[in-house]
Structures are given as structure tokens and as C-alpha cells.
Design a binder for this molecule. Sequence first.
Ligand code: AHR
Length: 618
Amino acid sequence: MKRRTFSLLLLPFLVLLSTCRPSGQDAPPFDYVIGVSLANLTEPWRINMRDEINAEAARSHNLRIVFTDAADSNTRQIQDVQTLLRSGIDLLIISPNDSEALSPVIAEAYHKIPVILLDRSVIGFDYTLFIGPDNRLIGKQAGQYVSEMLGAKGGKIVEILGRSGSPPVLDRWVGFRDAIASKPDITIVGTIVADWLRDKAEDELTAWLKQNGRVDVIFAQNDAMADGARRAATKLGIEGIRVIGIDGLPGPNGGIEMVRQGNLFATFTCPTGGKEAIIYALDILHREEGIPKKMILRTSLVTKAAIESGALEAPARPRLSPDHRIVLGFAQTGAESNWRVANTDSIKTAARQAGIDLVFVDSHGQPQEQIAAVRSFIARRVDIIAFSPIVESGWEPVLREAKAAGIPVFLSDRNVDVKDESLWTTFMGSDFLEEGRRAARWLISYMKTNAPVNIVELLGTIGSAPELDRTSGFKEILKDYSNYRIIVSESGDFMRSNGKEVMQRILKELAAKGQKMDVLFAHNDDMAIGAISAMEAAGIKPGKDVAIVSVDAIRDAFTAMIAGKLNCSVECNPLLGPQLMKAVKDYMAGKDLPVRLITSEVVFPAEIARATLPTRKY
Ligand code: AHR
């Protein structure tokens, strides 16, 4: 391991420095220098981010952290990153002031060193890892909570928004409105913009309440503004308004304390990711396997009752003897596709390499068999249960049994649809919605036409997460292009043989109706390959008469692209084994896991298939 020294003289413009090693002449050298570029240090949430980074870095013996504060200026933050790069940092952690403006300089940094984005992402994928909350989900959870609280009677709400143009503002706004959209008796009667600031919220709300009178709920997009709102109501002698915020920071002035004291009715935690950034920075610098592309942090509802009952505390982890071998029960969907075979292989290999005892069950595509497998893991008292759900629904009862037995559940590759999200610990896998969007975006740029386009869609297993999300993502993009029309949607169950059979039937039906197919969107490559043979048998030239885009990017798809029969494959990475084993080990070592780990993936159009094939691992 190289040992680093670092000259502070190289950093003439930095406004704030922190070191986790004693500085000065006698300070021993350190292994890594991490530059942290912050958008500002005025908002309490960002101060907390810095404090978390410092606290976690202080646990390491070999780190120097160098902070910069851009004071809300894009120009200044661009300069900060350039200065940090010139000074020779090993890794950059950045919380961008503005996603678009900072994208080029972040891309420049990424081509030299690893880059971790905190809280806000960039345009494109030029970064190593994104860590942050899901702001739309936080808004939605807040909306669901408010609508349950107001019940059938409904009520009036004033919302207080953060600074205009700041990405969380729009996401939280959309999420909140989505959640109350179906409740006609809940009305948002006022919207105030208070720039994340307590005093501004207090002034603006005082004026609003004087003019309009009492409401039932105030929903503020952060706790500082919620506190300002509460002060305004108290000052005017208005009682009984339930004030709800977001952030839930710890500490004497944080949102959790405000809820404990009854100043706020509730808040939702919005973790800063500072701690996770340092943990993952070290993993990246140590070149560990299993680093995801995105990590979404968990949000919890904070109420007085939750604080008092201890529900916010992380569940206790078992104390293990040093020679304890971790036992992981894994219930696989089956072996429906080449993707799945690669996924199984990755899990088995990674478990062996990590020294984890794997109890592997193949569920043969039968949801009931998979539920029985999970039950057998509970009976056997494995340390952790993981599975890739065949379908999203039907999991609530068995997951309750796992929770009651104190066995954590990790979702691999696919999600479950359960109301109580505490029934599972973490979910790692692809962003299926984005895969559907990517397929549609590629299609539009490939077809470049305003003429009518008839699309046939071969769906995956009905009710599975990839089937549901790929369809939604695909349609989401196509809705803005009225000339694109899905004329047939049928399931081929992710299987090559079914892809062929279903396509044979579709071709006959289309011929009988005198209809033409211009495009095939298949939810996986195997079904596309099956459909290709059906088209060839019917005298249709796949890839030419019909444009074909599918998902997975398995090796066979590359062969088909090189042969000119498939036009594009959107990657869905099955090599989840290392990520899963890392999460298992981290959990058993007492580390907190994010709610969602998203795999790194790209799109492969046919033009790059020949050059890319040799590098494909599955
Ligand atoms: O859940 C991932 C999907 O499952 C893959 O895209 C498909 O091939 C599969 O079997």
C-alpha cells in the first residue's frame, strides 16, 4: 500500500479543511486523501452531512478529508472540484449544487479518479456511485401518512416548499400529490415557497394564516421550515394544527428532538449519506467487489410513539462467535433464461468465494414452491434469507413469519409488493423501469420517423417486477410519440421456447387481420431469440423487416446482433452474487444496509456488438 503525504499549500482556494489525522510535521503519512465538495454549509442538513463524514472518517486510521464549501454557487463548486483534482486527491465525494451545471466537471473528475455523488445526481452516468434518498418516495410516504391521519373526513393542508429549482422540491411535491390524488376531501389550500429557511417560513405563514385562517395540516419539505410554521401558528395563538416535516436529523436541534418535544407532529428521516459515503469510498479505494451504481437510503416515519417505543432503533444483530459460518438461504425463480443461469452461477460462485454456506433452492417458476422454500429456511433458522421473487404479490404472510423469527430478508433482482416495507431489509438489482425507458428511447432514436409504427411486445412472466416495470417504463417514453402504437402484448414467460411459440401465433393472427408489425420489444433476449426463429420460418427478416430491441444483453444476443437479426439489447446485469455476499457480510458485521442497491448497466446497439462480445461475461 502506498503511503501518501499531501501538501495543503496546493489548496489555496479551499475555504474549509478538516483532517482526520493529526497534522503538522510529526503527522504520520496517510494512505488516502478524499476531497469532499459540498454545495453549501448553511443548511442544517448539509452541516449534518459534513459531521457524519467526519465522524465516519475518524474511525479510519489512514484518511485525510479535505472539504470545500461552494456557498450555493455553481461557478465556485466547479473551481473547487478543479482545485481538488489538481491537488492530487484519491477520490472525490461531491454533493452538487446543481446537477446540470456540475455534470461536465464531475465527468472530468470521473475520468481520473472514483467519484461518489451524494444526494443529487448528474446528467448521464459519469460517476462511480450515487448515494442518496428517494425524494419522490419520501413525498409519497408523507402524503400517505397525512391521508391516513385525516381519514374519510379529509381536511385542509398548507404546503411549504424549499428553494425553487432544487431537485428534491419537485420530487417531494410530485410524490406528496400522487399520494393524496385519490382523496377528494383532502385539499391543498395554500402553497408557500420558503427556500428551506425557518425564518422565511415563519414570516410567510404568519401572513398566510392571518389572511386565510386555520388549516388541519402543514406539510413542510424540511424540518427547519416546519419549525418556522409551528412558531407562526403559536405566535398567532392557533392550536391543533399538525405540522409535519422532513429530515429527522439527530441532535438537540434536530427534527427527532422536535417531535419528541411535541413541536412537530411527525417527520420523515432523510439520511444525508455522509457515513455511507466514507464506508463505500474505502471499499472503492480497496477495490472491493460488489459496488453498486446507486444506493438509495432508507426513510423512516418519526412520531412521538415511534420514538418512545424504540421502533426507530435498528434491530439488534446477533453476537456471533469468530468461527461462525454464515448460512444464507436463497430461493431462485428457476432456470427460465440464460440470464437466470448466469445469475445462479454468480450467486453460487460468490458464496463459495466469500466462505458463506449457501442453501440454494430452485423454485421451478412456481410461486408456491418459492414460498415453501422461504418457509423451509425459516424452519432451518438460516442467518439470512434471500430470494428473487417470481411474482411481486403474495409475500406478506411468509415475510411476517421471517420477521417474527428474527431472520432478515434480502431481495435480489426483483421486488415484492408488500405494504409493510419493514418486512425486508434491502433490495438489490436492476432498475427495470429505466430498462423499459432505455428500450423506448433507443427505438425512437433508431426509427427516426413520424410515420405509424406498430409494436408487438413480448412480456415476461405476468406479475413479475421486470414485466410490470419494463412495460411501464417503455410506455412512459412512448406516450409522447403518438405514431408509436403497441398492437399486441403477450407473455412468453421469459422463455426462448415460449418466445418462438407465441410469435408464431401472433404472426398468424396479424396476417389474418392484414396487420403489419414494425417493431418487436421483448422483455428479454431469450424470448427475442425465440421470436427471431419464428419470424425467419415465416419468411420475415428479423432486424431488417422488423426492428427488434430486447433486454438482458446475454452473449447470444450479441451473436444475433452481429448476424444483423437483433438491433439492440438493453443490459440487465445478472452478476449479483458479489453484491449480495457483500451485503450479507456487511449486515452480519453490524453495518446498516441501504434500502436499495441499483446495479450499473448500459445499452448495447448492434453497431458495437462485435467489438463488445469478447468482453461479455454472460
Ligand atoms: O428478473 C430479471 C429477468 O428475469 C431477466 O430479464 C429475465 O431474463 C429473467 O429470467
